[in-house]
Design a protein around this ligand. Sequence first.
Ligand SMILES: NC(=O)c1ccc[n+]([C@@H]2O[C@H](COP(=O)([O-])OP(=O)(O)OC[C@H]3O[C@@H](n4cnc5c(N)ncnc54)[C@H](O)[C@@H]3O)[C@@H](O)[C@H]2O)c1
Length: 427
Amino acid sequence: MQTPVPRRTFLRQATLASAACAGIQFLAPRVFGANNRLRLGVMGVNGRGSDLVGGFTRLADAEIAYVCDVDERAIAKGVKAAGGADRPAPKTTRDFRHILEDRDVDALVVAAPDHWHGPATILACAAGKHVYVEKPACHNPHEGELMIAAARKFNRVVQVGTQRRSAPQIVEAIEKVRGGTIGRVLFARAWYTATRGSIGHGKPAPVPAWLDWELWQGPAPERPFRDNVVHYNWHWFWHWGTGELGNNGIHALDLCRWGLGVQFPRRITSGGGRYYFDDDQETPDTNVVTFDFGDKAISWEGRSCQRHGFEDSSFGAAFYGDQGTLVTDGSKYTLFDAQDKPAGTITGSGSDAPHLQNFLDCVRSGARPNADIEHGHKSTLLCHLGNIAWRVGRTVNCDPQTGHIVGDKGAAKLWQREYRKGWKPSV
Ligand SMILES: NC(=O)c1ccc[n+]([C@@H]2O[C@H](COP(=O)([O-])OP(=O)(O)OC[C@H]3O[C@@H](n4cnc5c(N)ncnc54)[C@H](O)[C@@H]3O)[C@@H](O)[C@H]2O)c1
């Protein structure tokens, strides 16, 4: 069982944290209740969040205490996903701070857009909640570092939504890569391909009656509402999103970094552009990134508007050893021997359940979860560094001990962002 932070210490720490500026009234974490289910509040339920509501509801030892969204139509989706014969109906709110103030809630699940991941996680930890936060871990590298600090300072479990970290067949694949089955592995390739359309040219528009645009923006400096951002398209604007690298690259890059056993890169190159459509999208639709770790390397290829992938899959990671190759599409893996002949395929489920269960188990035991925020930060950092190198248009060099950008003030400026008044996170 995670030791609750003593009330007095907790209140003092919480006051020190920027959480205070968000106007949250802090309470000590609860003692688990009679049915012993962990009680979760889910923030952002339009798409992924409703999947998580359903996923946690299907587990015996969790229940959804709150469904939270700033879009009242999305709330209805989340409530529906929480429906289950033996589960009480969740409370609903548009403001996640109500969840943080409720002493009967154990954890916050963050499936709001990327610009919320860091600030909401840090506030939640300071309020005594454990956090399941969707990938990418954060919107910029500085937030990732603060999230680790918050998790450690408040002794909270923070699991990032890179769910393949808990899939048994993927764990087995990575063990094979790391255990020498394909010999010395010095290079891994990550990729994602899709056929996304144009997001067009948005125009200023009245804020829809169903949306709290103020709270959708939250920590991001305020902008007038435009009609091609909410929902989902925010992924393609640097102000809120992290592009295809942060959206899908993170999953495959996390596998590559895990398999190669590498931490921070030394040198990053990133090429490509927004080639397919003339529209408002700021992030590239065609992107090739290389990460040099000194003695090993990873490459990422993202094609958002052309589907043909590699190895018969639109998503994957491949590990190239001197005694063979291992390829995974994220749910199965195939081995190739030293003669490059197929040597067996192991299939498995793509279910999120093991990852969600691992989170609950760690909340109870206090153990570090499979996708602890430190792993999440390091893998997400690869996405940020690829984006930064693309945005500045030159090779970026990093300190391999910390991942910090060296010798480039322009690139280093993108390590963090500006915040709206009252929302700057600190720990
Ligand atoms: N792990 C995975 O496989 C996986 C899959 C899909 C999405 N994701 C991640 O989940 C997140 C959400 O993705 P999506 O596709 O559902 O996006 P989306 O835009 O469809 O939904 C985001 C929801 O968050 C809500 N929201 C915004 N601000 C909020 C706030 N302050 N409080 C409560 N709700 C708020 C929005 O109104 C919207 O309903 C993204 O970060 C994405 O990268 C992860």
